[in-house]
Write a protein that binds this ligand. Structure first.
Ligand code: CU
Length: 426
């Protein structure tokens, strides 16, 4: 786990070039620095060394620090390490878009339809001191049919190994959000969800039944910390935690339970049951007619929940591009990649592993690439001044699942947002 350090420089014994990530850091850093950033990237490479890349006296530098003790390597570092490739990818994408002459003259503003990201993106904008914002989002996700890897399965394929096969699932989510900026640097954000979901099943003999659950989901709390707050390109850090408010004790009766009320499978639970960290970074850019953004986000589960399991960690990255069609309307296209891990631990309530795939920890993970299309409507004046209405429709373009697992067919998100100026400053 702790290999010998490589290629020490002649001047400073603590400086090393790491063959794997130093290059990515350099490719990243130069365009960001040209765009006015003073970047300092922190990551861990595959040997669990900490790698920093930054700008010092107009010179890019990369430095690695010795491997921390193996005890730390078991927790935080794997997560950090998992984030490296997609942070590097985001930076690379940024380097192709941040053409300084095109964007240099424009001052980024939220007072445009595309001043907010497509509605499916969260925590992507900050507010000025004293400003409030209320939001409501409705999301519906439709899943039907099983997959193993990228291959579609018939229900009979699932029945070869399991007594019950999930057929489809519909999830509806109502999300209420509140933002407030106590300073120009920090914007606080909280979000609460109400989840309403149902899943249809077919038993091996051909009986159909539905499982359903609804209630509060986990509550998100985060602070967005401004890194670059002027010019045509903005950046902030997302630091968040998810509070385990959602129930992990959802039970029901099904044809296999002989009339007993039993714990429902993993995906029917409403929360993670664990406190989760949600670190991320967001970069925004704007010109007269267009805007774009990049966001990388992670979800790191802390420990194991009261039922003895933990959901998998999540790494996601998204890039969007929007065109301001009029002062009221913008259209957007986005790419979203999301990788989520299998569960760890085990809920003792699930005693027969051949009952249904949704109780198997190793059949929960997957990878998906989506291509959401959206529109934002903004009212710059009149009776609805400051209100925003947005919609985004998502079709997956690629998904590979640890299956049998239900595939996602489409996701629709619609939302309303309204900012309130600081009290006493109309
Ligand atoms: Cu806001």
């Amino acid at each position: 786990m702790c290999p010998p350090q490589r290629r020490p420089s002649r001047r400073n014994g603590r400086r090393y070039q790491h063959p794997e990530y130093a290059g990515a850091g350099l490719v990243c850093g130069i365009p960001l620095a040209r765009a006015g950033f003073r970047v300092f990237l922190l990551a861990a490479n595959s040997d669990y060394q900490i790698v920093t890349t930054g700008l010092r006296r107009k010179q890019m530098f990369t430095q690695t620090f010795p491997c921390p003790r193996a005890d730390y390597a078991g927790t935080a570092l794997p997560a950090l390490r998992a984030a490296v490739p997609f942070v590097a990818a985001l930076c690379l994408a940024a380097s192709t878009i941040t053409v300084p002459p095109l964007y240099a003259q424009y001052e980024w503003t939220a007072s445009r339809p595309d001043g907010h990201a497509p509605i499916g993106v969260m925590g992507e904008h900050t507010h000025v001191r004293g400003e409030w914002m209320l939001s409501y989002r409705f999301m519906q996700m439709s899943m039907a049919g099983n997959r193993d890897g990228t291959e579609r399965l018939e229900t009979s394929d699932v029945h070869r190994d399991f007594m019950v096969a999930p057929l489809d699932m519909t999830m509806r989510m109502h999300m209420a959000g509140l933002m407030y900026a106590p300073s120009d640097v920090v914007t606080l954000m909280t979000m609460a969800n109400w989840i309403d979901q149902s899943m249809n099943h077919e038993t091996r003999p051909g009986g159909m039944f539905e499982a359903a659950s609804s209630g509060l989901g986990d509550v998100g709390l985060s602070a967005l910390v401004g890194l670059k707050r002027s010019g045509s390109i903005r950046a902030h850090l997302n630091t968040g935690v998810s509070i385990p408010v959602g129930s992990i004790e959802e039970t029901g009766v099904n044809p296999m339970s002989m009339g007993r009320t039993v714990q429902m499978p993993y995906p029917m639970q409403l929360g993670s049951g664990t406190w989760d960290l949600k670190p991320g970074i967001t970069i925004l850019g704007m010109s007269k007619r267009t805007s774009w953004g990049l966001q990388g986000m992670g979800t790191v589960r802390l420990g194991t929940n009261s039922r003895g399991y933990a959901l998998g960690d999540v790494a996601e990255g998204t890039a969007w591009f929007a065109v301001k069609a009029t002062d009221q309307l913008s259209l957007s296209a986005r790419v979203l990649v999301r990788n989520w891990g299998d569960y760890s631990g085990h809920d003792e309530a699930y005693d027969n592993r051949m009952m249904v795939p949704t109780i198997r920890e190793e059949l929960r993970g997957g990878f998906r690439m989506d291509a959401p299309l959206g529109l934002n409507v903004y009212f710059p004046g009149g009776a609805l001044k400051g209100h925003r209405i947005s919609a985004e429709f998502t079709l997956p373009v690629y998904q590979s699942l640890h299956g049998p697992q239900l595939e996602t067919d489409w996701v629709l998100t619609v939302g309303w947002q309204k900012s309130f100026e600081p009290i006493g400053h109309p």
